[in-house]
Design a protein around this ligand. Structure first.
Ligand code: PHE
Length: 341
């Protein structure tokens, strides 16, 4: 009997397995309830007294050998499985192509505008969306109680009237002039907020891109030429209309309209309100008070500023009839911009 056990010990020592199932079968054969070891232990009482010691030692050795083998094989199989987990089955054919996302139409249009202005020497600057009264209003020639503050329904942060969500990107003009000296050529894209009813045409947040040009002898003609260059690059159309308007921070001021014409599609009709013209923003010569507020000598320098609505431009270019689509993140809508830039 002892010889039989010794044979089993060397069998167990040389056992090899390819899978967890084989290891389990081995474990059951040796260590299971009805396994060999239990049979030998049951046999113990029948063994002659003088052999008991050797018999006991041998079955204990068999037990230990089988247990060690099971543990070693399990560890080995797990570590090879881990490797498979990292690299997968390297011989497998290529699977489904990875789904590539699309840029948001606002980002597409923003990048196009940045490209156009970068080519004529403008850099890109940014400012915070949570602003203080000074940068959003006061420095822009809108002192407290100025009636024009009502033009922009403001969201205030908690109860502090000094902290608000910026209502326009003109706040970045102020920050830029405070921190840089002329000549200045910068554009500032960003999100702005107004407490307005949400509809197909307006939203409580949208995107603007501010432009600021400060140097010696800058004139209104420079402003008009710059805007015309922009619209012809952006839309392939350079017919623009500057309608006299009012902004406290520019003098004179104008509203910028682009002639889109056509009216072929329902969306064009809707977006241009049936006139063929689309207002894309405001502009004007920077008011000397604003320059002085930002510590720029208004007797030496002049400049122009403009602010255009990115959402409006995106809607026109991509025939989007409802501004709300731009913030709903409906994948069926966003997927359509895969082929765009
Ligand atoms: N900040 C103005 C608006 O939001 C646009 C503007 C920018 C007008 C710069 C003039 C100069 O309506």
């Amino acid at each position: 009997m002892i010889d039989k056990i010794k044979e089993l010990i060397s069998e167990a020592e040389s056992f090899k397995a390819q899978s967890k199932d084989e290891v389990e079968a081995f474990r059951i054969k040796y260590l299971g309830k009805k396994g060999l070891l239990n049979d030998f232990f049951a046999e113990f009482k029948n063994v002659a007294n003088d052999q008991k010691k050797e018999f006991g030692q041998t079955i204990n050795k068999l037990k230990k050998t089988a247990e060690d083998k099971v543990n070693a094989l399990k560890a080995e199989l797990e570590s090879t499985e881990e490797v498979k987990g990292i690299y997968g089955d390297l011989s497998r054919p290529g699977g489904e192509p990875v789904q590539i996302g699309a840029r948001h139409p606002i980002s597409i249009v923003k990048n196009q505008i940045i490209d156009i202005f970068s080519r004529i020497g403008f850099n890109v600057s940014e400012g915070p969306e949570i602003e203080d009264d000074w940068h959003n209003f006061t420095a822009l020639n809108l002192p407290e109680y100025h009636p024009a503050r009502d033009m922009q329904d403001t969201f205030f942060i908690q109860t502090d009237p000094d902290i608000l969500l910026r209502t326009h990107t003109s706040s970045v003009q102020v920050r830029y002039m405070e921190n840089n000296t002329p000549p200045i050529r910068t554009i500032s894209p960003g999100r702005v907020y107004r407490n307005e009813a949400i509809s197909a045409r307006s939203h409580c947040f949208f995107h603007q891109l501010e432009g600021l040009y400060i140097d010696k002898d800058v004139s209104f003609a420079d402003l008009k030429q710059t805007l015309q260059h922009f619209t012809s690059e952006m839309f392939g159309k350079s017919e623009i209309r500057l309608r006299p308007s009012y902004f406290p921070f520019t003098e004179p001021s104008a509203e910028i309209d682009v002639y889109w014409g056509g009216l072929e599609t329902e969306t064009d009709y809707k977006i241009t309100k049936g006139t063929g013209w689309l207002e894309i923003g405001g502009c004007g010569m920077v008011d000397p008070n604003v320059l002085e507020n930002c510590k720029i000598d208004s007797t030496e320098y002049s400049g122009f500023a403009f602010g255009v609505g990115i959402d409006r431009i995106a809607m026109l270019l991509h025939q989007i009839g409802d501004i709300r689509l731009l913030s709903e993140n409906d994948v069926r809508f966003l997927e359509q911009f895969k082929s765009a830039l």
